[in-house]
Design a protein around this ligand. Sequence first.
Ligand code: G6P
Ligand code: ZN
Length: 547
Amino acid sequence: MHDYGVKEYSTVPYTDQKPGTSGLRKKVDVFKQENYLANFVQSFLNVIKKDKPHLLVVGGDGRYFNLEAIQTIIRIAVANEIPQLLIAKGGILSTPAASHWIRKYQADAGIILSASHNPAGEDGDFGIKFNGANGAPAPESLTAAVYEESTQISAYQTADVGEIDLNEIQDIYLNKTELIIRDGVVDYVHHMASLFNFESLMQGFESGTLSILFDAMHAVTGPYARQLLVDVLGADKTSVFNAYPKFDFGGGHPDPNLVHAAELVAKMSEDEAPVLGAASDGDGDRNIILGKNQFVSPSDSLAVILEHHRLLPQFAEGISGVARSMPTSTAVDRVAASFGIDCYETPTGWKFFGNLLDDERIQLCGEESFGTGSDHVREKDGLWAVLAWLTIVNSLKLPVSEIMANHWARYGRSYYCRYDFEGINSDSANHLMAALNESLTSLAGQDFGQYRVERADNFSYSDPVDGSVSANQGVRVYFTDGSRVVYRLSGTGTVGATLRVYLEQYTAADGDLTGDAASVTKSLAEVALIIAKVEELTGRSEPDVIT
Ligand code: G6P
Ligand code: ZN
């Protein structure tokens, strides 16, 4: 066996390697600085090496710098004598597929190269995130330890293994490391086949009950969706568009929401629109669900999946609980109550569902940020949500708009909207949140137009499984008519700060359920901006994105 030379290089720490909500995300230029990635990867290995990891999973969303980063990781992992590396062919591995691989092959951890839905390319963003042995995003204790290590690192090791061909399925032995290159799509498709009734979905496509338009947004889900929907389930060849991953995601912003998935939204309002429209984000964990002329908000999507969960083979025996992130609407709470099952409210970030899923307290969860998933992996899963909706539509044989109308007629409707103020000055954003926090106690009882504040607080979460406490997770203002406004700063941006204002206005089942969410929540939005003094403190009167 060839012995590749291993060298140790001295390095100086960077001070900005603190991971956010979903790993370390920076402009590509930042990652290209000397030793920037090497420092971070070595810091991660220094932390996890104490537990003698055997197998690490590595892959990414295909964006610019993905392949280069994987080569760097290989060189460092080999030098650090990691026994096995399972690497996705072509470097392509969606986030849910990575979670599945970690669990299936009992890996000790995963390294996922992605900045999710952030734009890609030379001038775009890059990111690196770690997942733990359960397949879930690393807990704060681990990311904090890696950050701590990154502030002290003085050297990294690298093995001179040259450029590895990642396009070939093969096993390569490099010093003490076995490099296993496998197709990242195949296992995922098998996993989906074990969860859903493919036979009946195939019949649905054949009979015309089902038809779909899936926008892969030039990102990682292209190969997954083509294989699943077209090759296996028999959807029409034209069903998947923007179906080939590009380094720059085609210059787009692969975030499946009403703004960035505008092409899909437009197609779903045409006469020949299929039964279901869907899209996923850069790394395949987010989803948007549309019917003909019908947008299903992510909060409603979660509630509808719970309403019909018994139609999904994996939940045929029922489920014991669900969870939603705090800013997500309370639609799912009402469905959970009707089934008499537990409903947990967690901070923003999929990682907070991990313990609840592992402890089997919940089997289904979701977030307003276009994330839906179940206990089949430990990440949200865009294509899983699409298959869940296909199953529901196929069984109920109703258009999505009727499924929604029936749902609201039974449970009432949480009209929901989110205002995003992007790229605001970080100091102003922090000041705004501090001022809001200070006003919390005095808000109760105050009237703002038709709205009276019932109570206001700052959300603190105490994990029922491990007892850990996450404080300061966003400000909640509740009104006496059942409406709610939530304020928090995004944890995923790379430029300045993003203020998110989440609006929820509840209409009971006997009220007007046919309104437009943006219009219905408009007066609540005006109040929300006054309460937080948004214009005064940020200079912004209009949000950049309303979704
Ligand atoms: C990522 C996480 C989600 C989270 C979202 C919040 O997508 O995976 O779990 O909901 O970030 O993003 P934000 O920008 O609002 O912090
Ligand atoms: Zn994502």
